[in-house]
Design a protein around this ligand. Sequence first.
Ligand code: NAD
Ligand code: MG
Length: 386
Amino acid sequence: MKRKRVVVLGATGSIGESALKVARDIPERVEIVAMAANSNAEKLAAAANELRPESVCLVDKGKIDILERALAYQPRIFCGEEGLCEIACLTSADMVLVAIVGTAGLRPALAAIEAGKDLAVASKEILVMAGEIVMREAREKGVHVLPVDSEHNAIFQCLDGRASEIRRIILTASGGPFREMPRPKFDSITSEQALKHPTWNMGPKITIDSATLFNKGLEMIEAHWLFGVEMKRVEVVIHPQSIVHSLVEFADGSTLAQLSYSDMCFPIQYAITWPERVANTLPPLDFSKLAKLEFFTPRYEDFPALSLARRAGETGGTLPAVMNAANEIAVAAFLDGQVRFPSIWQIVERTMNEHASVAHADLEAILAADQWAREVATRIAKTSHR
Ligand code: NAD
Ligand code: MG
């Protein structure tokens, strides 16, 4: 089996770092042919100097000279958003790992599909925003979309090609740091508290999404598109230990689950080496030390993100893109200290309420809805109380 040649978009982030770990762990199976980052030129150069991809890309054009000075060899250098699309189409690449926070990965992902590359998708936001388009384009081009998000990777492993017989998909959620906090205390939650995830170590945006449960809401819509399953068959269960990464109940009542420690190297490696399983140095589960595995029903009333996401996913059209964009604005406002924690879902809900969804929207309509939602959510955030 030859090495998989991978382009990593978002190489300096949490997922990007884990992807580079996988490449170090099984170098005979993975070759990083290109890496991209937004603005951290030094960190990108350090990773490139070690793994020597043939191309690197920095979106922030103002920092290209820092990148050039820090590089110890001469890769091809790309820059700007157009650079992301260019390295996503490199002839030397088999697969593009999209691990950019937010929606900036959408155009490069579509460019990669157009160029016939398989996609490994960590950026759930692009599937929430434009899942119908991404999956249709991938089908038409005959390329694979491999889920990196741990829950979806777990479902993908459980399904193993049996998609038509699914009765329910059950996404597990850790519940975040406020799983047991009484609702009246939510108003005083600080960003420091919200940024402390109990089981996963991730970038700031997804960590806040895990605290509000918007992360799980986004993942419900992500599952709907990735596996072609109606929203009503996608459920959520709270599992504080983050060992069972998700479950699939089949038509005959049997349920399969995937288990491992909470380390993103597991799903990233499987997405890259699929359909093969490759020996690595990751620790297998030690059942003698797993005291218990618990499962609870979510507190739907106290965490409205789940119901908002269900509504967005069931309505479809441009509403998921609006929910996603409003959430990005609201999370940024919370991290800036402009709004309180519960304002995050209040801003999202008010933005969704103002939107008239366009069914089966094309890319242009989706991008317009995304932009509209950012403006509306910014206005609402300004009038929200601190
Ligand atoms: P992060 O904040 O740690 O890293 C973000 C990466 O994206 C960085 O490399 C940054 O340079 C790059 N980036 C940011 N804006 C960009 C832009 N405009 N253009 C190009 N590159 C840009 O984020 P993360 O935690 O690694 O998450 C990345 C994605 O993976 C998110 O969509 C997240 O929801 C998803 N995800 C993450 C985890 C996790 O464990 N961290 C798990 C599941 C899914
Ligand atoms: Mg996840």
